[in-house]
Design a protein around this ligand. Structure first.
Ligand SMILES: [Mg+2]
Length: 385
């Protein structure tokens, strides 16, 4: 089986809240269950697949749902139950994936690129994940594997419920082409309506030269990004979401920039703030990620390890600057830059010598008093007392 250049697995639990109600009370299985509050003022929070054929949808007044489906079984929301199921599912994804981000209580992305040696067949991997989640929770999860997050999400949406989709590398554009434009993330009902008025209904229409002048007018300089999206080109990284797993800052500039000194200065400032936070928490970072987004909204990142865990910014900056410089493509305009520190662990006393430690403590005292902008240890040289 050919190795994929990049592989993303997306999982989305089917009708999570309604399914959770059935998990908690198996006698509801197969019944027309909906989670919500009672009439006259209540609304439906989540509809099971069993009530969807009646036209019952979430956000609908419960009174109306009961008219459409008189046998409706109304179950009150149960937050603690959802949170319990969520942490059980997290334990499953932690077991499978080194790089995973839960983007909501029932959706996650995992970067499985480096898992291909262990799991060369994405269908088998997807099936194993589905089975593990079902075994642990009783919940059905639709899983899709693609070369990017966006195509994986669209594929999962198209294969619900209890689906498993694998979109092979190189087939992304063909997979997207016949689907309605509103299945693309970022194209809401309003935009879809505006597109419909100019005759653009399918994703393939976004790549049709006949519509290009009108689309260019609508999207302006974001048009190339829209075209990339329509072709399934998407480099957005999976950023692990565990609290305390990383600490980061990023900013979108008022004006796109190609000024390398300005980009360096921005990240240097972030690093100063972040290391102050690390020291306050008594933590050190083993790795960092530099992130840039260019004017066409393409995100590039570079992740590196420090030679040892650090929390003193002048010692960390040379590695980060090197990574930043290697990421910058000459002449490219950038709209966003950021840096994050990861592999956080307790800092040990031996991280810096007593003299440095004293200088750092003095600096932290000033930052506490006057804010992070007040002081910054200059360059990469050791500060003097
Ligand atoms: Mg869901």
């Amino acid at each position: 089986m050919a190795r994929w250049p990049r592989q993303i697995l997306f999982g989305d639990v089917d009708a999570m809240f309604a399914s959770a109600a059935v998990v908690a009370n198996p006698s509801l299985a197969g019944k027309p269950v909906a989670v919500g509050s009672p009439p006259p003022r209540g609304i439906i929070a989540a509809a099971s697949y069993a009530v969807r054929p009646y036209g019952v949808t979430s956000a609908m007044p419960t009174a109306q749902a009961l008219r459409l489906c008189p046998d409706l079984v109304l179950v009150p929301p149960d937050r603690p139950l959802y949170e319990r199921l969520h942490s059980t599912m997290r334990a499953v994804t932690d077991r499978f994936f080194p790089i995973c981000a839960w983007t909501s209580i029932d959706e996650f992305y995992a970067d499985t690129t480096d898992l291909q040696t262990l799991h060369p067949d994405p269908t088998a991997l997807g099936q194993a994940v589905k089975e593990a989640i079902f075994e642990a929770t009783g919940l059905c999860c639709t899983v899709a594997v693609a070369t990017g997050k966006m195509v994986a999400k669209v594929a999962a949406d198209a294969h619900k419920p209890d689906g498993l989709a694998v979109i092979q590398p190189g087939t992304e554009a063909a997979f997207l082409a016949p689907r309605p434009v509103r299945s693309l993330p970022g194209i809401g009902p309003k935009t879809a309506e505006r597109l419909d008025r100019i005759g653009v209904t399918l994703i393939s229409d976004l790549l049709d030269q006949r519509f290009e002048p009108l689309l260019r007018r609508m999207w302006g300089k974001r048009f190339p990004a829209l075209q990339a999206l329509a072709q399934g080109i998407d480099h957005d990284p999976v950023e692990p979401d565990r609290a305390q797993k990383s600490l980061g800052q990023e900013t979108t500039f008022d004006h796109d920039t190609r000024d390398v000194a300005f980009l360096e200065q921005t990240l240097r400032g972030f690093l100063s703030d972040l290391t102050h936070e690390l020291r306050q928490e008594g933590l050190a970072a083993g790795a960092f990620t530099v992130k840039l987004k260019d004017a066409a909204f393409t995100v590039t990142t570079r992740q590196r390890h420090f030679s040892k865990p650090l929390n003193y910014d002048p010692a960390m900056w040379p590695d980060i600057r090197t990574a930043l410089r290697s990421l910058i493509r000459p002449g490219t305009l950038y709209r966003l830059a950021g840096v994050s520190l990861s592999e956080l662990g307790p800092a040990t006393e031996s991280l810096f010598d007593q003299r440095t430690s004293k200088a750092v403590a003095a600096m932290d005292a000033i930052i506490e008093k006057h804010g992070a902008k007040a002081i910054r240890l200059g360059g990469t040289t050791e500060p003097r007392d």
